[in-house]
Design a protein around this ligand. Structure first.
Ligand SMILES: [Zn+2]
Length: 467
């Protein structure tokens, strides 16, 4: 075999949730060929390369099931906090997206991929890029991560003008993006059908996009119901709640991934379960923009009903980190505290959402999500030499509750070591950050964000936020 990772505590996430206390993973080419006890695998294989991981924990790579990668990362930390959902999108994100160049999108995507890999994420589902899916696919391939990417479209909003598309144009753009991504791909960049969602797509676009996804065997992903406004918009439009409306149109199925779904009825949860839809919770955005997880959210009920749930880091300018272990911790925190119920979500279940749940939400459960023979060799070696790991009891509790991405030592994607001793091997991080430091102020200036900031500085702060 090409690579043997040995002497580690291997958390497989296989059907029996096996943990090998002194375990090993044998990798040949892009695939895992065996997982088991080190003594056994060391006897069976003569590896070309060995990673001796004594003391470390090895897990499947984490899966980020909703990530905006274009532009937004270049304004992270500049856009003020204390803004609501509509203000941050309409006032701040749109000017940014309108000012983006192909270079900006590629650079922002590369930064996102670098951050994900550094903190243990080996696969992600993108939200749909504003303009250049090819630049995105290029960044994914360069960084060496698995990225499912698409083109962001809608057909109902009239503004901003440059985003305006007819239904036919939107469907053609989606189809074209699939071809563009496939052309750029060596196997890591994968296409998806991505709508903005909320209430921005006509029934014809919803149906057309779903048909397109089914025809290509791809995911259909979109935002839905982070806030009550989406629900009201669908009720006005059809008299039905959002998920009821999608079900009535015949859009739902196992190929669909819906992002957020904080404001849902029990009837809608039944529909999600019946149609095998995946749901992505984004707790970081919820904590920053106020979606109501702990007050009205029903993600635990979705899990109880058998709905596949995954986690997404969402938009870096409204969530600020792409470190998935923080998401798991926060999701539990929002529900446990909001409901005053310590039993609502535990570490074992949360780690399933980060691995198996994410794999299903990307439509890649056969390829990723667990360490098993035949799957892609996508794994993380977590070092346990930090104080937060002492003493060494349950590794999954420690991952979810005690540590975060700082514990990542090595990351393997498709059999290739892409993070070594905590640093990327596929690109120069220093050169990347230098390019970001130049491009970000230029983009932000073209977008006119400094003028918005200056105008805000003249407003008094109020207890109700600035929205
Ligand atoms: Zn989003």
């Amino acid at each position: 075999v090409d690579l043997l990772v040995r002497d580690a505590c291997v958390v497989t996430m296989d059907a029996d949730r096996r943990v090998h206390a002194d375990g090993a993973v044998a990798i040949d080419g892009e695939r895992i060929v065996a997982v088991g006890a080190t003594a056994d695998l060391a006897r069976r294989y003569a590896p070309r390369r060995t990673i001796a991981a004594a003391g470390a924990v090895v897990t499947p790579g984490l899966v980020n099931a909703h990530q905006h990668v274009t532009g937004d990362l270049l304004a992270r930390g500049l856009i003020p906090d204390r803004l609501d959902h509509h203000t941050i999108i309409g006032t701040w994100f749109y000017p940014l997206h309108l000012a983006e160049t192909r270079r900006d999108e590629g650079l922002s995507a590369l930064l996102a991929c670098a951050e994900m890999l550094r903190y243990g994420t080996t696969a992600f589902l993108e939200s749909g890029t504003a303009w250049y899916p090819g630049a995105l696919a290029g960044a994914v391939e360069r960084a060496g991560i698995l990225g499912v990417v698409g083109k962001r479209v809608w057909d109902l909003p009239r503004e901003p003008r440059r985003f305006r598309l007819t239904t036919g144009q939107a469907l053609r753009a989606l189809d074209q993006a699939v071809r563009t991504v496939r052309q750029r791909s060596s196997g890591n960049a994968r296409p998806a059908i991505t709508l903005v969602g909320h209430a921005t797509a006509s029934d014809a676009l919803l149906v057309g996009a779903s048909d397109l996804a089914r025809a290509h065997g791809l995911r259909l992903a979109m935002h839905l119901a982070p806030v009550e406004a989406d629900v009201q918009a669908f009720l006005r439009r059809s008299g039905r709640r959002p998920v009821e409306h999608l079900a009535a149109l015949g859009v739902l199925g196992p190929h669909v991934t819906l992002v957020h779904l904080v404001h849902v009825s029990d009837r809608e949860i039944d529909l999600l379960a019946e149609h095998g839809v995946s749901v992505v919770a984004c707790p970081l955005t919820a904590a920053r923009l106020g979606y109501g997880f702990g007050r009205v959210g029903k993600h635990p009920e979705m899990l109880a009903r058998g709905v596949n749930l995954a986690l997404g880091a969402d938009n870096a300018s409204a969530a600020n980190t792409l470190d998935l272990l923080k998401l798991a911790f926060l999701l539990a925190g929002l529900y446990v505290d909001g409901r005053q119920d310590a039993g609502v979500l535990g570490a074992a279940r949360l780690f399933e959402l980060l691995t198996l749940g994410g794999a299903r939400a990307l439509g890649l459960a056969d390829e990723i999500g667990s360490l098993e023979a035949g799957k892609r060799a996508d794994l993380v070696v977590w070092r346990r030499d930090g104080p937060e790991w002492q003493p060494r009891w349950d590794p999954v509790q420690a991952l979810v509750h005690a540590t975060d991405g700082r514990s990542v030592d090595r990351v393997v994607v498709r059999g290739r070591v892409v993070v070594e001793r905590g640093r990327l091997t596929t690109l120069s991080e220093r050169a990347l950050y230098r390019r970001v430091a130049t491009a970000a102020p230029a983009l932000v200036a073209r977008a006119g964000l400094p003028a918005l900031l200056a105008a805000m500085a003249e407003l008094p702060e109020t207890s109700g936020g600035r929205a």
